[in-house]
Write a protein that binds this ligand. Structure first.
Ligand code: FES
Ligand SMILES: [Fe+2]
Length: 353
């Protein structure tokens, strides 16, 4: 059973990571070569020369204008993967072409389509508009995980772990103590998990960034669009301060915590994280604080999930875990992922270059 679905859009990188030089990253077991063309668009092709498999990201392979020249024997490829030159002959074999991946650059992310390119619809790339919206200030990063993608999905769909794993940062007793509501929109492909704490302790992550102290209202509304994109809409307000009937909410602080979860291999994952806020946007000290805090929190998750992956590797066949009420969001996400995996494996994609 595969651990992630194909025929899906996945975040491969932040746009800022890809410039006019060769960059590679493995996504869903496929090593992909990226560069930004002179026209400014991001290109994605397989990172394996069709001649003798030399990784095109590895020196002395080089980018010459908008073509990559293999560092082993000089096969040369254009941005669309077409081979434009081979050594010692003028005839270029028809099969000399790198697999090219559909790419969309949006909301600060570079998305690639993993699967059958004929099924890629750029209009269906999930959105995280806050990350580039002028109304928000954003900090972001990426931490590699030596654990399977599904463990990160479980982790983010059940925030009760904040109380225990992230105490002193974002965890307070109320997170684990407050029940959640879970809803699934099968047609839209979204899992919603909400936890509204109407009288909660303010953890340092929010007290130091917003200036609120003592008891607060803290609402967590999760929207997960399987497989890759997750947003936690976090609302922080003084006790009793509610949004207006027209939906505006001037009395509250809003933080959009965005994760893009991208399988690297069957047992490793790229964990992209971003924190966008609609307050203190010009205050660099708040940006620095939230970046440092969130990275610390992410690394606490990374350490825990790396340990879980080791437990899984060592466990006997047929081991059964135990689920309780806090797991309804994670279980809904697993069911949706299982359907996507089934659908994606029903029509395997064309051979990989
Ligand atoms: S391996 Fe690339 S040219 Fe031979
Ligand atoms: Fe966590």
């Amino acid at each position: 059973m595969p651990t992630f679905p194909r025929d899906q859009w996945y975040v491969a990188a932040y746009g800022r990571e890809i410039g006019h030089e060769l960059f590679s990253r493995t996504v869903c077991n496929e090593s992909i070569l990226f560069w930004r063309t002179q026209a400014g668009s991001v290109t994605a092709v397989s990172n394996r020369c069709v001649h003798r498999r030399f990784p095109l990201s590895q020196p002395p392979s080089a980018l010459v204008d908008d073509q990559v020249v293999c560092g082993y024997h000089g096969f040369t490829y254009a941005a669309d993967g077409r081979c434009t030159a081979v050594p010692g002959q003028t005839r270029i074999p028809r099969a000399a072409r790198l697999t090219s991946y559909p790419v969309v650059e949006q909301d600060s992310f570079v998305w690639v389509w993993i699967g059958d390119p004929a099924k890629a619809d750029p209009a269906r790339v999930p959105r995280a508009p806050w990350l580039e919206s002028p109304g928000y200030a954003t900090v972001s990063g990426m931490e590699p995980l030596r654990a399977r993608f599904g463990l990160l999905v479980d982790n983010l769909l059940d925030l009760s772990h904040e109380t225990y794993l992230h105490g002193g940062y974002i965890g307070t007793p109320e997170v684990a103590a407050t029940p959640i509501t879970t809803e699934v929109d099968e047609d839209a492909g979204i899992v919603y998990v909400s936890r509204h704490m109407d009288d909660a302790e303010c953890p340092p992550f929010y007290s130091k960034s917003t200036g609120l102290n003592g008891r607060i209202m803290r609402w967590q509304d999760i929207e997960y669009m399987p497989p890759c994109l997750y947003t936690l809409h976090s609302r922080i307000a003084p006790l009793g301060v509610l949004p207006h009937d027209d939906g505006t909410d001037p009395g509250a602080f809003h933080v959009e915590v965005v994760y893009a979860m991208t399988p690297e291999t069957d047992t490793s994952t790229h964990n992209f994280w971003a924190v966008a806020r609609d307050f203190a946007q010009e205050d660099q000290s708040v940006s620095d604080f939230l970046a440092e805090q969130n990275r610390t929190v992410v690394l606490q998750d990374v350490a825990a999930l790396n340990a879980l992956e080791k437990s899984i590797a060592a466990e006997p066949e047929g081991y059964q875990e135990l689920s309780i009420n806090i797991d309804t969001g994670g279980l809904a996400a697993r069911r949706m992922l299982a359907k996507l995996i089934e659908r994606g494996s029903a029509a395997p994609s064309a051979a990989k270059g």
